[in-house]
Structures are given as C-alpha cells and as structure tokens.
Design a protein around this ligand. Structure first.
Ligand SMILES: *Cc1c(COP(=O)(O)O)cnc(C)c1O
Length: 366
C-alpha cells in the first residue's frame, strides 16, 4: 500500500549566504542553528494527512488556548544525516525512527503518520538543505521531526487536529576535545517513568519530568542523572535522555549488558544498533535487569569493567564515576574503556561511510 503525499514546494527566497552558512558550520554546537527550510504536514479529523509543504524556516503563530501548551500532547524524534566519503548524504535508520514515532503517537492518542511519509519528509528537508550537512569528521545534520496538537480549547481530550513538522540543525562533534567520561547521580527521589506511563514514548513530558532531577544531579556535582525503576528504586533504567550499557569482563571474554525494555525505558535505536554490532565484534550481549547493588559490587570486585550511555545526539558517552545518597564509586579506572571506544568507533564508521554497512542501516538520498 502506498500512501504517497504530494509536497507543495515553497523554497526560501532568502536562504543564508554560503559564507554565513560556512560560519555557522565552523562551530555549530548542538541545536542552536537551524537550516533554511522546514517541512509541515497537517492532520485533521475526518480528512487525515493533508497540506504537506516544504517552506522557509519561520516562527509559528500559536493561539494561547492551543491544547499542546496546556496538556502536552506532543511527540518528537531525533535522527542524523551524515556526509558520506563520496559527497552524498545518508540518514541513519530513518524507518526505525518512523516506526517509533508511530508508537509514541499511539500512546498519546495521536494519529500515526505513515512510515514512508515520515521518511519522505526527512529526505525532502535534507536534500533541500543538503549544503547544511557538515563534512567534518563526526559532524552531522540533526533532524528533529515532531508533532503536536493544534486544536484550540481547554477541554481535556485528544485534539482533532495536529501539525507534523521536521526541522534540521547542524551538529558538531559532541566531544570536540575528545570523548570524556561523565559522572552520574543515582536519582532515588525522582523517577522518570512508571509502569503504564509514557516512558516508552518520545514525548516532551518525560523531559519536563527529568529537569528537576538533572538539576539535583548538578547540585551533587554530577554531569548526568541515572534513572531507577519507579517501584523499587533499585534497577537501572537510563541516563538522562540516553540508554545505558554495562561491560562485563575483558579481552576475549566480554559481555555487554543493557537494561531490558520493561515499558518504562525509551527503546533507543542506538541501543538496538549496538546489540547487533557487539555480536559481530564477538562480544556477548544481554538484556537484563541490573540493580545499583550489582553495579557497585561489580566495580568493587572488578567484574564490571566499563559503563557507557548511548543515543543519537552523543552516540556513546562513557560513565566514569557514580554517586548516590549512600555511596560513591569509580567505574573501572574512570577512563574511557577499550570496549566503549571500539563500539563507538564501529558505529560512527558505519554512519560516516568509513566502514561497510552490513545491516543496510544507511538510507542514501538520491
Ligand atoms: C531519544 C532517547 C534515547 C535514545 O534513543 P536513540 O534512538 O538512540 O537516539 C534514550 N532515552 C530517551 C529518554 C530518549 O528520549
């Protein structure tokens, strides 16, 4: 079944000049600059998806009683386009983001955008703004598809209209000074998600709930917060907006362990990709429940050698130090471990086209 939608093309009359764009790309940071265009598609009850447009990037006018502002019916995605060695551009697993976007929509009682429309919308924006895709090392163009309720009114129920959008932002290397391990605070007071809640959905509300805990982590001198399960506050779930991996063993006998998807964790595409890559690198893989006690004792007896977090934005971030209300310890030797580094290099090599793509993950733009 094809559900092709025709996009109305309204390119910008005033795109940034090449010189201005190059100045931005010299130091893009993350999420600070946006490309010349955006994609919009409307959905209305009874009519479905319609009015798809590529248009100049511009502010939106929002009614004060817009439902999203009050009840947070909004979801998003994050994926990257990478410049390939031959100059072409490819996105990483956009179909996986499209399917997760559908699952998020379902959880928030929103309409599901067809997978092919999601991918087409991303392709259209990237190909229009392809000059914005950086070509230096680990740089990329970060795509932010999102959808929110646009009905006006304060009654609490699903909106009868929505706006889907894609915007794009050039992203520098996450660690321009080289990969550095972060310190984490185990959040035993605040939880990110509870069983039956929205933890599996990529929705703004989960991030709103996280900010006070992130502030607490910072007050404790830590870079990031680690979420524990809501019921027992014992099992590790995620780090900030990233999934977690623990490394057991060394040399030829390494197993990487990630918290199993219980419904309260966000099913990361980076997490999923690393399970595949790790197996091909000869590592054992395990999805399991891991308690904070296991983490601490594993570091104490040396069986747990490395810990890292993973997600689209930073790819892989090593964890060097752990702190909670009761304890504090160092992971391994506190430095970036060899397994963390090898997995990071292997994934980035596929994304930047330096290595073959045995899983057909790269979606090349024509
Ligand atoms: C987006 C996200 C991740 C990482 O998902 P990726 O698909 O790997 O980018 C992990 N945790 C949370 C809470 C997220 O929102």
């Amino acid at each position: 079944m094809t559900t092709r939608i025709d996009f109305d093309l309204k390119p910008s009359a005033q795109p940034l000049s090449a010189a201005e764009r190059e100045a931005v790309l010299a130091d893009p940071g993350f999420g600070r600059h946006f490309t010349d265009h955006m994609v919009t598609i409307k959905w209305t009850e009874g009519r479905g998806w319609h009015d798809a447009q590529l248009q100049p990037y511009a502010p939106l006018q929002i009614d004060p009683a817009n439902m999203t502002l009050h009840y947070a019916q909004t979801i998003f995605e994050g994926l990257k386009a990478y410049r390939q060695p031959d100059g072409s551009v490819a996105t990483f697993r956009p179909d996986a983001n499209a399917r997760r976007f559908q699952r998020s929509a379902h959880r928030l009682a929103m309409p599901e955008l067809p997978v092919e429309t999601f991918v087409e919308a991303c392709d259209l924006l990237v190909s229009t703004d392809r000059e914005w895709v950086p070509s230096q090392g680990e740089q990329s163009l970060y795509l932010r598809p999102f959808m929110f309720a646009t009905e006006v009114g304060l009654g609490v129920r699903p909106s009868n209209e929505y706006l889907f959008m894609v915007i794009a932002s050039p992203a520098g290397a996450y660690f321009p000074q080289g990969v550095k391990p972060v310190s984490v605070w185990l959040s035993e007071e605040y939880v990110r998600a509870a069983p039956g809640g929205m933890g599996e959905a990529k929705t703004g509300g989960n991030y709103a709930a996280s900010l006070v805990a992130q502030a607490e982590a910072a007050a404790q001198g830590c870079d990031q917060v680690v979420w524990l399960d809501a019921l027992e506050r014992r099992y590790i779930e995620e780090m900030g907006g990233m999934n977690l991996y623990l490394v057991r063993g060394t040399g030829d006998d390494v197993t990487i362990v990630t918290p199993q998807l219980t419904g309260t964790l966000l099913p990361g595409i980076t997490r999923d990709s690393l399970l595949r890559i790790a197996e091909d690198l000869g590592y054992g893989t395990e999805e399991a429940r891991v308690s904070t006690d296991d983490w601490q004792s594993g570091d104490a007896d040396g069986t747990l050698t490395e810990v890292f977090a993973c997600g689209t934005a930073a790819v892989i971030t090593p964890v060097g130090h752990v702190k909670s209300a009761r304890a504090e310890w160092t992971v391994g030797d506190g430095e970036t471990g060899p397994v963390t580094k090898r997995l990071r290099d292997a994934l980035l090599a596929i994304q930047t086209g330096q290595a073959p793509d045995p899983y057909a993950w790269m979606h090349r733009l024509t």
